[in-house]
Design a protein around this ligand. Structure first.
Ligand code: M6R
Length: 368
């Protein structure tokens, strides 16, 4: 049931702390990261020399974040690819390639076919999936299940944040196998992940403003989203939610691209959502994004800024400000996505649309 909410998606947004906590639970055993199903040996994991991540839609956005984490922790090269493109371009795969297939349903045809192609080329395949016994985990060499519970809303919310947590477990498992992180560092990273559900709770407590903003932005024709580094996938996910739910033109850009074209789109009153990096963790990127906010504001944009709490520098340029608890850089997407989910759902609701069942979309896409 909707648990007193107007639509399932809101309930599912609020379930994110437990979705993340349940996904992490049981994966640190005696100081070591363990997967759910593992038909790969430690040696197989040590032999990995390249990682591909394949997924669609929201799962793809979570996969973009996997790239940042896995490269940072393991120094392995990671490529992320839309599953529907992967097997049509002859990717370079062999038995030391690990292909991570991310799928909430575990039945997405594009992702399944990408996985099968990878296996034909002898690559090892690891699945991240929310559905026990689905086809994608069944055909994989190793699995991490996200424990988000069933997701009724067609638009993915809690399964996204759970996927991000699971992706990070993959990164830590690889770092552990390769020895690129000391065991105590792996434990520390895991403990930081375990603290995320509390941070998401804090964000959820202050969502009244996001709901009100949704109402206010409902008449807009389009919304742009800007982010950099791990804030870029967050921007992409915010834009996808808005397209799916509110049928609104929404586009996300890596903010450094603004000056290479998209700035021409800025006009009076256009809402621009900016996902700010931490001024502590990412000072250089922070100052560049601060300039971007000023640039779009000077051209009449209505700025919606998602920033770390205590970031005073953004205040003069933010028409609307959402403050996030301070968390390590790689974990910021897990908190920053939440207000964007709510804003999209509320815009849709204000426009009179069915938030749980957007037009033309199916929860599971089993055709290529
Ligand atoms: O079940 P999957 O995770 O494989 O589904 C992938 C996409 O179809 C899915 O994320 C889709 O983009 C959602 N509607 C996003 O809200």
């Amino acid at each position: 049931e909707k648990g007193g909410h107007d639509y399932f998606m809101l309930k599912e947004i609020e379930e994110q702390p437990s979705a993340i906590a349940d996904t992490l639970r049981g994966h640190l055993v005696e100081g070591r990261i363990v997967l759910d199903e593992q038909r790969l040996s430690d040696q197989d994991l040590r032999d990995v020399d390249k990682v591909f991540v394949v997924a669609c839609g929201t799962a793809y956005h979570s996969g973009l974040l996997a790239k940042y984490a896995i490269e940072h922790w393991t120094r392995l090269p990671v490529e992320i690819e839309l599953a529907s493109e992967f097997r049509y371009r002859d990717p370079v795969l062999d038995r030391s390639t690990l292909v991570v297939a991310i799928s909430q349903s575990g039945e997405t045809a594009d992702t399944l076919e990408a996985l099968r192609h990878a296996k034909e080329q002898k690559a090892r395949v690891l699945a991240i999936c929310n559905t026990n016994g689905a086809q994608i985990p069944r055909e994989s060499d190793a699995v991490i299940y996200t424990h988000a519970g069933p997701e009724i809303g067609v638009a993915a919310t809690k399964t996204f944040t759970a996927q991000v947590a699971a992706n990070y477990l993959v990164g830590l498992a690889l770092a552990q196998a390769r020895g690129t992180k000391y065991p105590d560092e792996v434990v520390r990273e895991f403990e930081q992940l375990e603290a995320v559900p509390q941070a998401v709770e804090e964000v959820l407590e202050s969502l009244g403003a996001a709901r009100a903003l949704g109402q206010e932005l409902a008449p807009s024709k389009a919304v742009l989203f800007l982010g950099r580094h791990v804030g870029f996938p967050v921007a992409l996910e915010g834009a996808l939610k808005l397209k799916e739910l509110a049928y609104m033109h929404a586009e996300a850009f890596a903010a450094g691209e603004l000056k290479h074209g998209p700035i021409a789109l800025i006009e009076d009153g256009l809402p621009v959502v900016v996902v700010m990096p931490s001024p502590r963790g990412r000072a250089v990127l922070h100052s560049k994004l601060l300039s971007n906010i000023q640039e779009v504001k000077a051209r009449g944009a209505r700025t919606v800024v998602i920033a770390e709490t205590g970031d005073e520098t953004v205040k003069p340029f933010a028409d609307h400000l959402f403050e996030l608890p301070q968390v390590p850089t790689l974990l910021q997407p897990l908190v920053a996505t939440v207000p964007l989910q709510v804003i999209a759902a509320e815009i849709a609701r204000a426009r009179g649309y069915d938030v749980d069942k957007p037009r033309n979309l199916a929860k599971s896409v089993t055709v290529e």
